[in-house]
Design a protein around this ligand. Structure first.
Ligand SMILES: Cc1cc2nc3c(=O)[nH]c(=O)nc-3n(C[C@H](O)[C@H](O)[C@H](O)COP(=O)(O)OP(=O)(O)OC[C@H]3O[C@@H](n4cnc5c(N)ncnc54)[C@H](O)[C@@H]3O)c2cc1C
Length: 390
């Protein structure tokens, strides 16, 4: 079946005219990297000198891209999306924390989100970022198999305990858990730890999901090896596939420190591996594999639909989800949901000030990712025109 991703009536069915006009203004103001950099400086400055800008931010950019400051504040948006068959995932989006108290705080919030989700059918997954529960310095050293100092060994044990505590909670509450992927230098340690979690918690069903960034040229083989390992050791394998969010940084580091660039030579190679991973994983759904296809790329989502039909999988097979970010690519999310697919949107939440780095990163990614902002803007304009005519 061909899914019509240009159907903006379905895409924006939950947005009022006022919300759409506000979104149009927002996307217009983040359409240039220079403006984003300027706004970032102004906002940081205002927060630093204590100017009361929080209400303005909360009513505009935060309201558009986030669920709320607390889990409770996210409830209305979760219920509204669920009424249209679109699920949510509570993403505690506080970034840049570096000490044990913060890491424990994040772990506790993720566990709180798991408990909350377990009684809300609109939330099938929990998620956390590796850097939210441990320092990149440690992940780097463990990934590179470097000798840890006694203090670092203790700190690494605390990181491991946080992973196991979160996964145990997800297991106890029968909720699926995704672990995001970040910089390549940190990933081996995360992969090893998540494999341990899968061995422990994915015996009966798929609870724990790792993430693979397909802009890395080594990930397609890595996925195949991981599926083989799961079969060999008889546990369920869960994976979220993304293209990857740190391309410029990875390329820059590879050049600066003189190692082989971990990123694909070009976008076409990245797309080819992404779609090859979708194809391979959907072929293996009946072999204890579950997959979350996390992307704003319409052809990749269309591929999911076509392959599920080819393999006689029901559109809402619980082993297959597509995922987008809240307030992004609603034309994909709501039209996929309308066609019966399992769709989940990352719904960021956290205190306004602490979520600002996430929001600016998102804005930077959108401007860096040529086309995404203008695509969103064009869809919003299209829907406003349609409503005027109607
Ligand atoms: C629900 C969700 C969860 C996510 N979780 C993570 C995560 O855990 N970790 C993470 O890193 N990212 C994550 N992302 C971001 C993701 O990796 C992409 O940056 C983003 O989704 C854009 O890729 P796309 O598939 O949506 O679309 P597209 O617009 O088709 O692809 C853009 C992407 O293609 C790749 N690309 C662009 N140009 C080139 C080039 N010249 N050579 C090689 N590759 C190129 C880059 O990855 C770029 O981001 C997530 C995205 C979503 C929607």
């Amino acid at each position: 079946m061909k899914i019509d991703f240009s159907n903006t009536e379905v895409a924006f069915q939950l947005k009022s005219n006022f919300q759409l006009r506000k979104a149009k203004l927002l996307f217009m103001s983040v359409s240039s990297p220079a403006i984003v950099r300027f706004l970032q400086k102004v906002v940081s400055f205002c927060f630093n000198i204590g100017l009361p800008i929080k209400p303005i931010i909360k009513a505009t950019v935060f309201e558009h891209f986030c669920g709320g400051e607390t889990i409770a504040e996210c409830t209305t948006k979760i219920a509204a999306m669920y009424s249209k068959n679109v699920h949510s995932l509570l993403d505690y989006s506080v970034e840049g924390k570096v000490n044990d108290a913060d890491f424990d705080g994040t772990k506790n919030t993720v566990i709180e989100s798991i408990k909350y989700a377990s009684s809300n059918p609109g939330i099938p997954f929990a998620v956390f970022k590796p850097s939210g529960v441990g320092s990149n310095h440690l992940y780097d050293k463990v990934s590179a198999k470097k000798e840890l100092t006694p203090e670092e060994k203790e700190a690494w044990q605390r990181v491991r305990s946080r992973y196991f505590e979160i996964a145990q909670s997800a297991f106890d509450h029968k909720l699926k858990l995704m672990i995001d992927a970040e910089e390549v230098s940190t990933q081996q340690a995360v992969d090893d730890l998540v494999t341990e979690l899968m061995e422990k918690y994915n015996q009966e069903s798929c609870i724990v999901f790792n993430t693979a960034q397909m802009y890395r040229w080594d990930r397609l083989q890595h996925i195949k090896d991981s599926v083989a390992l799961a079969h060999q050791n008889n546990y369920y394998y869960g994976i979220k596939i993304v293209r990857g969010a740190y391309m410029e940084k990875e390329r820059m580091w590879a050049k600066k420190y003189g190692y082989k660039d971990p990123i694909q030579p070009n976008k076409a190679a990245c797309d080819a591996d992404y779609d090859a991973a979708v194809t391979f994983l959907l072929e293996n759904v009946n072999n204890k594999v579950s997959v979350v296809v996390a992307t704003h790329n319409a052809p990749s989502c269309q591929l999911v639909d076509s392959l599920m039909e080819k393999h006689s999988l029901k559109a809402n097979d619980p082993r297959v989800y597509v995922a987008q970010l809240y307030a992004m690519s609603d034309n994909i999310s709501f039209n996929m949901a309308n066609a019966g697919h399992n769709v989940v949107k990352y719904l960021p939440f956290g205190p306004v000030k602490d979520v600002m780095p996430y929001l600016f990163r998102r804005a930077e990614e959108n401007t860096a990712m040529k086309g995404q902002t203008s695509r969103e803007l064009e869809l919003i304009k299209q829907e406003l025109r349609r409503r005027r005519k109607a």
